[in-house]
Design a binder for this molecule. Structure first.
Ligand code: URA
Length: 271
């Protein structure tokens, strides 16, 4: 299963590297398909490659990427635990916003990646990614909240969790603080998504969960429902030898190690 996913993702990546579906192919140095654990439950989707990513062919390796690493580290995760990709796989010239026809041309690549990964949670980074998964939303209103995902995106069994783009956090200490608070909710959203998937009702449940706002800095608030779910190796089903469970346990254990994620993160040097 793991090898099949890895091979399927590599096939998509190789098509992305040769892609000429839109004008961005003419100005790119390298396409940036995305990278990470083929067996992860959590996919982070940004906007599009910047200068450094275009040179190296890897996502989020510049200053915004360093802050994304800080965000992941704040809950005890690492880049290698998740999958990181973008809405458009080639750098828009001068880092301009991707245009609607470029996003549309690139959408099948993202859709196929998500169909292979079948994530439980898609974390959207910035408004272009948010608009793909949560159409019509406004980032200032929905950051830090969980939403159902349109099945047409390729992730029918996922919940979407909206966050600011990490580059915005480099420009504003308020956004930086909000981003760290929002990130703190992601492990709980993962537990929520797992529970919905185990019920076999991600879409049905997601409809409800859209109304359960994840309070910035807190757990999903469920009126009359349980408080913050317990994180730890007991959170997932205990089946040894199953790579999915093994990855879950690794992520759970990593999270358990972060005693107070936000305090830890606040001690890191960001720039
Ligand atoms: N910004 C993005 O949206 N994606 C990257 O890969 C790098 C910067």
């Amino acid at each position: 299963m793991l090898d099949e996913r890895r091979a399927a993702l590599e096939e998509i990546a190789s098509e992305v590297r040769d892609c000429t579906r839109c004008r961005l192919a003419e100005t790119r140095t390298r396409a940036v398909p995305g990278e990470g654990d083929p067996d992860t439950e959590v996919v982070f989707v940004g906007e599009g490659p910047g200068f450094n990513e275009d040179r190296e062919g890897r996502p989020f390796i510049g200053r915004a990427g360093a802050f994304l690493g800080t965000l992941l580290g704040s809950v005890g995760w690492q880049r290698e635990d998740v999958f990181i990709t973008n809405v458009v796989k080639c750098r828009p010239p001068d880092n301009r916003d991707p245009l609607p026809d470029e996003i549309a041309a690139c959408a099948p690549h993202l859709e196929r990646q998500l169909a292979v990964l079948d994530p439980a949670v898609v974390v959207t980074l910035g408004r272009f990614s948010m608009n793909t998964f949560i159409p019509g939303a406004r980032i200032g209103q929905v950051h830090g909240t969980v939403h159902p995902v349109d099945p047409a995106t390729g992730a029918p069994n996922a919940l979407a969790f909206a966050m600011y783009h990490p580059a915005a956090a480099l420009r504003s200490t308020g956004v930086q603080r909000d981003s760290l608070e929002d990130m703190r909710s992601v492990p709980a959203v993962l537990l929520q998504a797992r529970a919905l998937r185990e019920e076999g009702s991600a879409q049905a449940g997601a409809g409800e969960s859209a109304a359960r706002v994840v309070a910035p800095g807190g757990a999903p608030t469920e009126p009359g429902g349980p408080a913050q779910p317990t994180m730890g190796p007991t959170a997932g089903p205990a089946q040894t030898g199953d790579p999915v469970t093994a990855t879950r346990d690794r992520v759970d254990q990593a999270h358990t190690l972060a005693a107070d994620p936000v305090d830890e993160a606040s001690q890191l040097t960001l720039f």
